[in-house]
Design a binder for this molecule. Structure first.
Ligand SMILES: [Zn+2]
Ligand SMILES: [Zn+2]
Length: 452
């Protein structure tokens, strides 16, 4: 702060808070004015033109949003006045609304006095809020790993019967060769976002979200993805055009006002949506191949070629042959379907890791023909034929509790044992981390706590 005395106006209907802040700032050389509501505060602002205003959000006679708008509308009369909103609630929607209304800063109570002093000095001297996020870039260490954040299909099912395998919908984090790649944005992306903010505090992040398709269980977590709310982050969302409309329009529409309080365009992160044209592309040094899958609408699977082997992700797919057999098709149709399954086998052949839709068993499948999902018995068969090293059955049905999933894994392993195959089968489990090692060393599994 320079030698000239600066003025701060504290507008708050909580007199104890107001007086404590006023006294603390006076002791540090500020000239402090006080008001107990927005209207009175605005009159004082017009008359005194303080350098900085601390304004509460919820007050009688003029709330903080209204006060910010009034200051903005009268900007010519007080060009240097900066407004910091203080509030007891930490709602992201309120923070964005305050910024929209013209606030220069936002503090959640209880306010740390030292930080407040730094912020006020910075604003009073025309230096902005002092946000240092953009100076530090979060970098992904070398190596290849993946982590399951959501493994459920259709709808989230939290509760005591799903604690072991998890209740969140599709989301897998892949860290490969310096890239952070997120496969789908089901509700699992919410705890992932919180964990990233915790791991890279105050740092800029740059990553890609690969969307297989826009069914709700693959996109519904995105509005709650914390890194998309920081302007220093770059979020690339990549996928194919849908059956009825483009990827961007579908993603925007799930955040329209009847459904969500903040539109996607209001999210402060740098969000770029890219519609894919080719089935072969790169994310940094990671080559990616896509394949269209048998699933209602437009749905793709992805194969990521990393330096430690490839990871294939096909969360929603109904194997052709069983589908055609069950809809009573004739022999030529079944031959065609077998060819399509063969193409899929080639797509995943030799994958280090295969994450594949195994929502039903053969019995359940009979009443779900044409729903777009496979039965795990066929998936184990396919993975063995394709020479996959490790299979994770994915997209667990919402009605399958932990005991059901455990017994499914037992049945899969029995199939593998009988066939004498080296395939390793697991059920995808929320919080499970898989490290892919260089050739020759075994894949290591780690269970990590996902609660953040
Ligand atoms: Zn799905
Ligand atoms: Zn789907």
């Amino acid at each position: 702060m320079d030698s000239e005395v600066k003025t701060v106006l504290v507008i708050d209907d909580d007199s104890a808070f107001r007086q404590a802040v006023a006294e603390w700032l006076r002791l540090r050389g500020w000239r402090v004015l006080e008001a107990s509501d927005g209207e009175n505060g605005f009159q004082i602002t017009l008359k005194e033109r303080p350098e900085v205003v601390l304004c509460d959000l919820l007050m009688p006679r003029g709330n903080g949003f209204k006060y910010c708008r009034q200051v903005r509308e009268n900007r010519l009369r007080m060009p240097l006045t900066k407004v910091v909103v203080t509030t007891g609630s930490g709602y992201m929607a309120d923070r964005l609304e305050a910024e929209e209304s013209g606030a220069d800063g936002y503090l959640v109570k209880p306010v740390d006095m030292e930080s407040l002093h730094v912020l006020l000095n910075s604003l009073a001297n025309g230096l902005g809020t002092g946000d240092q996020r953009t100076d530090k870039v979060g970098s992904i260490p070398p190596g290849v790993s993946l982590k399951f954040w959501g493994v459920r299909g259709s709808v989230p099912v939290p509760g005591p019967s799903t604690v072991e395998f998890g209740g969140n919908t599709s989301c897998v984090e892949v860290r490969a060769d310096g890239q952070l790649i997120i496969l789908d944005a089901g509700t699992g992306i919410r705890p992932l976002g919180n964990a990233l903010e915790k791991e890279f505090p105050g740092q800029s992040l740059d990553f890609t979200i690969l969307i297989t398709h826009t069914h709700w269980d693959h996109i519904q977590g995105f509005p709650f993805f914390l890194p998309a709310y920081f302007p220093s982050n770059t979020v690339r969302i990549v996928g194919f055009e849908g059956a009825r409309r483009g990827l961007e329009r579908t993603l925007l529409s799930q955040m329209e006002s009847p459904y969500f309080p903040i539109s996607m365009r209001e999210m402060p992160g740098n969000i770029a949506i890219r519609e894919l044209a080719d089935l072969d592309f790169h994310i940094g040094p990671v080559r990616v191949r896509a394949e269209f899958l048998n699933h209602p609408g437009i749905c793709t699977g992805y194969r990521l070629f990393t330096s430690a082997g490839s990871i294939s992700y096909l969360p929603d797919v109904e194997l052709f042959r069983r589908f055609r057999e069950n809809v009573g098709a004739g022999q030529p149709d079944i031959a065609y379907a077998a060819e399509k399954d063969e193409r899929l086998r080639e797509f995943i052949a030799g994958s280090e890791i295969l994450i594949f839709d195994g929502q039903y068993d053969v019995e359940e499948y009979r009443s779900h023909v044409g729903w777009g999902h496979s039965c795990y018995e066929d998936v184990v068969e396919l993975a063995m034929q394709a020479g996959v090293k490790r299979l994770f059955i994915f997209h667990h049905d919402p009605v399958h509790d932990d005991a059901w999933v455990r017994s499914m894994v037992d049945r899969c392993r029995e199939m593998v044992r009988v066939a004498g195959s080296p395939l390793i089968v697991e059920a995808a489990r929320e919080g499970l981390t898989v490290e892919l090692s260089v050739a020759g060393t075994p894949v290591r599994l780690e269970v990590a706590d996902v609660s953040v």
